[in-house]
Every structure is written in structure tokens, then in C-alpha cells.
Design a protein around this ligand. Structure first.
Ligand code: IMP
Length: 486
């Protein structure tokens, strides 16, 4: 049987790709090399390999070939606005990019002379984690062989990334706290450090990125270059802000206190605001950015990190996102019914307040309070505040901050069931299932967490930290004290 010309090219391409994928080069270089071999094998003009961020909203370039810097820095690529079919695991072909509504930056694509695009998903453990796209400067119809080839390259790229992450985890594992080691996967991952920028233009940028990581705030480094001046169709001045923070929809340019530089940056910023009024951008000095973090509730002004907190596990926006999803499920499951939400004071206050605002059903709210007394050998739970109204015949949903051993919940559920509600279920924000002693059925779970003591968003350590807008772990010093007291 005759092999077609393209299939021969694909065989050669795959040989190259498999070889580089198996090398010890840094991940970025491997992915760029894969992009180059793919471009050549498909006789295309360029290729990019992109990764989804932890909240699955943005795509960032992890490796590319044959694409200009201004194309790569065209701005944050919203996953749902740019060929969304790929995220559903499909291979998507665009024969004419100028006429396709699923292209987020059609003007920039036109300047890059991109006409056709073929995109395939990168799949890890049955989940799409990114995409590979090839671009041509002429219209093209893609064959089944083209699609199968790109999908295969996508699979190799995904495996390569997984291997690099694993390698990185193994080589640093023993140094890391358990929260970064856990395989639960429920704690949103930051981009693997091998895919973070290999160098920052200035040390203050690296410092800022570390602070953002600490707070688990998503960031993209220099994702967009804004043309500021053009002369006879050539861009003569550009401005590339240092960071983009998707959760705040904010570009950030860091600056030192050198007056001459500030004046120049201010001029560029004014120009940028004139040309792109829809863009949210801030010029920040170090004290400014500490103030910015303070504004969003991340610690007092002048203090980079919150004292006593070792690591943020779930940022404010990650919690918000999850709470909204749970509320949607509750609203769907209890549609047409009236729901009584019962919370146990005080840990549940933030979660309850937040969750109830997103439930689109008529609800009433009840609170109970309990206290523990006794010594280490025998602790007794006592209800110090009971329900104000009857729940007999009602649909009751217990709202919990965290289920640890399950003893508290078991006690309260037994108590509530004596009132004969029509139904009784549990919704907990955090589930520390590894510590479970009593089986308790949990209908809705926000996040599963490892065996760590956590504070914030209502949860306390000796009455403190309840007002933090995120959930974090305690520093080792505080933790030791907590364990001694346990
Ligand atoms: P359980 O009875 O062991 O399931 O404990 C549940 C209660 O213990 C929660 O409602 C919290 O008040 C408290 N708790 C358990 N783990 C933590 C934690 O990591 N941080 C703060 N409070 C916790």
C-alpha cells in the first residue's frame, strides 16, 4: 500500500517529537521544539502549545514556533471565547480565521496573516489541560490524517508535561509542605514552576510574583504588548505591562522609586489609557502593591504576608467560585421546595452568609451553638443554643464549615433527626476525610483537604483568623502549639 507524502512527513515529525519529548531539556524548550517539528511536519507557518490556568478560564503559551512576539503577547486568551470546542476534547478546524466568530483577537490574527487554524486538546487523566494549535497563511482543508497527527502530538505534549511535573515533584517533594505534595488534586494547582517565566526583567517582579503565589492569585507575566505609536503601518512604540491579574481584571506595571523612570512610565500609561480606555491598569510601587493586597483583604498595609499563616490553600476568588457552584447545585436539587439552612456557630458564618446569597430558592436560616467540655479522655458535646423554629416536615440542609472526625456532625444530625424533618442532608465547605472516625453522609462538599489545621473564612485558631478572606494553614510554630494543646 502506498503511503501518502503527508503521512511520510508525519512519521518523520513524530520521530523528532518523540526524541525531544524524551530529552532532559527544560520543559519550555521541549514544548517549543515540539511546536517547531509540528509546524514543519504539517507544512504550516506556526504552532503554539497552551495551558489552561487552574480555574480553567485562561490559556497561556507554554511553547511556540513561527509566531511573532506581538502575536504571542496579544492579550489574555479566554478559553471559552477562543475555539471552545477544543476544551470539550474535540479537534477543531478553522478554514478562514477572518470569518470565524470563535477567534478572540481577529485583528491580531489578520496582522499575523493567519488564515487557517487547526487545534487539538492536551489531555491528562481524561481532563483537557491545554491545547496545541497550528496556523497557516493560506486557506486549508484538514484531512483525517492531519487531525490524527495533531491529536497525537497533543497527547505526547501532555505526557511530557506530566512527566516534567512528576520529576519536579520528586526532586523537591521532601522539602515541601504536605499541601503541595498531596495527590488529592482538589487543591487548585499553580502552574508548574518549570513553566513559569525563566527570568523576570527585574527582581521586584519576581518578589511580586511570589507574593501573588502566596495568596494564590492567578497571574500572567507580560501577556500583552500594547502598540502605542505607529508610523506607516509599523509599530514604533509598545508598552508591555509586567503582569495581568485575571481575577481582578487588572494589568500591573511595577515601578521603582526612580523619578526619571516614573515620569516616562506615566507618559506611556497616559497614552495607553487614551488608546485603550477599557483597560484596567495600575502603576505600582512596592508600598502601592502592599496597599492593593490590603484592599482586597490580604493583610494589613505594610505587611506582605499575614502573620501566623504559612500558606494560602484557597484564595478568596477560588472559594467564591466554588460556593457559587455549590449554590447552583442546591438550587437545582431543591427546585420548587422551601429549604431550611442550619448552621453551627461560629465557624460557619462566612460560608453560610455567602452560600445563601447564591441559592435561588426561598430559604430560612437557623443557627445552633454547641460546646465541648470534659478532659482528653472523655469529651462531651452539649447544645448551648438550639433551633428557634420547628423543622418538623421541612427540608433541612445542615451547613458545615469543616468536617473532621465527623463526631460533631454525627451528634447534631442525630439531634435534628429527632425533630422528624422531611429530609436532612449536609453541605460542608471543607472535608478532612482522612481524619474521619464516624461515617457521616455528605451531600455537597466544597473542597477535600489533607490532614492539616486550617484557618480563615470563618475558621479560627484560638478565636483568631476568622476574618481572613482566604483559607490557609498555620505557620509551624503556631501549629506545634495547636498540636500540643490537642
Ligand atoms: P469534628 O467533630 O472532628 O468533625 O470537628 C468539627 C469541628 O472542629 C469544626 O466544626 C471546627 O469547628 C473544628 N475544626 C476541625 N478541624 C479544624 C481546622 O482545621 N481548623 C479549624 N477548626 C477545625
Amino acid at each position: 500500500m502506498k503511503t501518502s507524502k503527508s503521512e511520510n512527513g508525519y512519521y518523520g515529525g513524530l520521530k523528532q517529537i518523540a526524541k525531544v519529548a524524551n530529552s532532559t531539556l527544560p520543559l519550555r524548550r521541549i514544548l517549543s521544539s515540539i511546536a517547531k517539528s509540528t509546524t514543519k511536519a504539517m507544512r504550516a507557518n506556526g504552532c503554539s502549545i497552551m495551558l489552561l490556568n487552574s480555574q480553567r478560564e485562561y490559556l497561556t503559551v507554554a511553547g511556540a514556533y513561527g509566531l511573532s512576539d506581538s502575536y504571542l503577547r496579544k492579550g489574555p486568551l479566554l478559553a471559552h471565547k477562543s475555539l471552545p470546542g477544543i476544551l470539550d476534547g474535540k479537534v477543531v478546524a478553522v478554514t478562514d480565521a477572518s470569518k470565524n466568530e470563535q477567534i478572540q483577537y481577529p485583528e491580531v490574527a489578520k496582522q499575523e496573516k493567519i488564515i487557517s487554524i487547526l487545534g487539538a486538546p492536551l489531555i491528562q487523566n481524561e481532563e483537557v489541560v491545554g491545547e496545541i494549535r497550528v496556523y497557516t497563511h493560506e486557506p486549508r482543508q484538514y484531512s483525517q490524517a492531519d487531525k490524527a497527527f495533531l491529536l497525537t502530538v497533543g497527547n505526547i505534549s501532555a505526557t511530557t508535561m506530566e512527566r516534567a511535573e512528576l520529576y519536579q515533584m520528586l526532586s523537591t517533594n521532601y522539602k515541601k509542605p504536605i499541601t503541595e505534595r498531596t495527590e488529592l488534586g482538589q487543591i487548585p494547582k499553580l502552574a508548574p514552576s518549570s513553566l513559569r517565566p525563566s527570568s523576570f526583567a527585574h527582581p521586584s517582579e519576581q518578589e511580586f510574583s511570589k507574593l501573588l503565589d502566596f495568596y494564590r492569585l492567578e497571574w500572567l507575566y507580560e501577556p500583552r504588548a500594547f502598540p502605542l505609536q505607529q508610523e506607516s503601518n509599523k509599530v514604533t512604540e509598545m508598552f508591555t505591562p509586567d503582569f495581568y491579574l485575571p481575577e481582578l481584571d487588572l494589568y500591573v506595571e511595577l515601578t521603582t522609586l526612580k523619578q526619571s523612570l516614573i515620569t516616562e512610565k506615566n507618559r506611556k500609561l497616559r497614552r495607553l489609557k487614551e488608546l485603550y480606555p477599557e483597560i484596567n491598569i495600575k502603576l505600582l510601587t512596592k508600598s502601592d502593591y502592599l496597599r492593593l493586597l490590603a484592599k482586597y483583604g490580604y493583610g494589613p498595609i505594610g505587611e506582605a504576608k499575614v502573620q501566623g499563616i504559612n500558606q494560602v490553600l484557597f484564595s478568596h476568588s477560588q472559594i467564591q467560585h466554588r460556593v457559587r457552584t455549590i449554590a447552583k447545585h442546591i438550587s437545582r436539587d431543591y427546585a420548587g421546595r422551601h429549604l431550611v439552612l442550619v448552621g453551627i456557630l461560629k465557624g460557619v458564618i462566612c460560608f453560610m452568609a455567602n452560600l445563601m446569597q447564591h441559592i435561588s430558592l426561598p430559604v430560612t436560616v437557623e443557627f445552633m451553638a454547641i460546646s465541648y467540655y470534659g478532659d482528653d479522655t472523655e469529651q462531651v458535646v452539649k447544645i448551648t443554643k438550639d433551633l428557634d423554629s420547628s423543622i418538623t416536615g421541612q427540608d433541612v440542609l445542615m451547613i458545615e464549615d469543616i468536617v473532621d472526625t465527623g463526631m460533631t456532625l454525627n451528634f447534631v444530625l442525630n439531634h435534628l433527626s429527632t425533630h422528624n424533618p422531611a429530609s436532612l442532608h449536609v453541605c460542608t465547605l471543607l472535608d478532612k476525610s482522612v481524619r474521619r472516625l464516624v461515617h457521616v453522609p455528605l451531600k455537597y462538599i466544597g473542597f477535600e483537604i489533607p490532614d492539616e489545621f486550617v484557618v480563615g473564612y470563618g475558621l479560627d485558631y484560638q478565636g483568631k483568623f476568622r476574618n481572613l478572606p482566604f483559607i490557609g494553614t498555620l505557620t509551624p510554630e503556631l501549629l506545634e502549639r495547636e498540636l500540643e494543646e490537642e
